[in-house]
Ligand binder design. Structure first.
Ligand SMILES: *Cc1c(COP(=O)(O)O)cnc(C)c1O
Length: 396
């Protein structure tokens, strides 16, 4: 039995009636740019995440661009993130003219390692002439972008404490983590997108909340920053045809917003189903006696009692001899993928940054060992058993 990595048709069947109804109303209105659906979705995401302000964008990438531009981050600046993420995170930093500065990940969670961040801030960077933190290349450090990879929030208490000490804003890359909860050690649970100064989500079709095309959303705490992001999203234009700043066309389509409004009420149930699938994988791997030979995803906040302690955007295991195992699964008709095969510091386009192999060993190791297995909510238990069995056979 072949099992796809992702099959969105099963999800569409659940929301089709509402999607069609909302699209029909929009088509009748012929009002496709911003307007009520976008405003309604922004309010719904604000309420769902507990963030201060939400601004719809044309993609996750464009949401990050708008945030960086709104924070006036550009040439002469530097932004810290990890090399083990989707390209957009560092790509946007570079695109606004700033220097992407990488810190390595935690081997268990694949998220930014707070100790590596601390080393970067204390040792690799130095105090500039005006007392502000600068990189070895002389650029002023302006922000930290931790990535909540695969649907689990970073160690935001430790990252936040360092950010506060160095007076740096935190921009969460929550592209894969809408709805993911974080049990802050301060006591109050927080949700991805509502923890840092700013944050962004992606509605790429394969994300837990996916549009029928591209879409994204920026969130932030401060009303003035939200106003700047709004301005940047629409060519820096406040009053029509009066441009206060140079922004871009980063608007979320009203059609995508209408579709996402139909999907959002289902999101928590879908997260729940993904966690159920992850639990069944664990059971199966243990039953098949392979749980010790692979590394299952960490659930650092499982004991918190928070439901969305992990939303399993991806279910990623480490396996020995990854490429051989991957080929064996593919030959068995099992969909699987590698996120991500080349860490960003080794990407061709970032060669001018001067990094080499060995600079970020955990990211490099992860890129060689990890394998994502099907985890989408509509998977049947039999399909999960099939995948687990195929993996056990592939391990030999
Ligand atoms: C998907 C993703 C993005 C980019 O979002 P798009 O909507 O595809 O532009 C950024 N960062 C991470 C970690 C992502 O997974």
């Amino acid at each position: 039995m072949a099992v796809p990595l992702l099959d969105l048709r099963l999800q569409y069947a659940q929301v089709k009636d509402d999607v069609v109804r909302r699209l029909d109303a929009l088509l009748e209105s012929q009002q496709f740019i911003l307007g009520p659906p976008v405003a309604e979705l922004e309010e719904a995401v604000r309420a769902y995440t507990g963030c201060g302000h939400a601004v719809g964008a044309s993609s996750g990438t464009d949401a990050l661009l708008a945030i960086l531009m709104a924070m006036d981050i550009g040439r002469g600046d530097a932004v810290i993130t990890t090399p083990y993420t989707f390209f957009a995170t560092a790509g946007c930093i570079h695109r606004v003219g700033a220097e992407p500065v990488f810190v390595d990940i935690d081997a268990d969670t694949y998220n930014m390692h707070p100790a590596r961040l601390e080393e970067c801030l204390r040792k690799k960077c130095r105090s500039g002439p005006d007392g502000r933190l600068v990189t070895a290349a002389g650029n002023r450090v302006r922000a930290i972008v931790p990535v909540h990879l695969f649907g689990c929030v970073c160690d935001m208490d430790r990252i936040g404490a360092l950010a506060a000490e160095f007076d740096l804003p935190v921009i969460e890359d929550a592209a894969q983590a809408i709805g993911a909860d974080y049990p802050s050690r301060g006591g109050k649970a927080q949700r991805a997108g509502a923890i840092g100064e700013a944050s962004y989500f992606s509605f790429f079709p394969s994300k837990n909340l996916g549009a029928f095309g591209d879409g994204g959303m920026a969130t932030c705490r401060d009303a003035r920053l939200a106003a700047q992001i709004r301005l940047m999203r629409n060519h820096g234009m406040g009053e029509q045809y009066h441009h206060e700043k140079v922004g871009g066309n980063f608007r979320l389509d009203a059609m995508q917003a209408a579709i996402l409004l139909a999907k959002l009420p289902h999101l928590d149930a879908w997260h729940e189903a993904r966690r159920r699938n992850a639990a069944l994988y664990r059971e199966e791997f243990e039953r098949l006696g392979v749980a010790e030979r692979i590394v299952l995803p960490a659930e650092p906040y499982a004991a918190s009692g928070l439901k969305n302690h992990h939303i399993y955007h991806q279910y990623v295991v480490r396996v020995p001899d990854r490429d051989r195992v991957r080929a064996a699964l593919a030959a068995d008709g099992i969909g699987c993928a590698v996120y991500y095969p080349v860490p960003l510091h080794l990407q061709e386009c970032f060669a001018p940054l001067g990094h080499r192999k060995g600079d970020f060993p955990e990211s490099e190791k992860a890129s060689l060992e990890t394998l994502a297995l099907p985890i989408f909510p509509e998977l049947a238990p039999d399909q999960i058993r099939e995948v687990a069995g195929a993996l056990a056979r592939a391990l030999g």
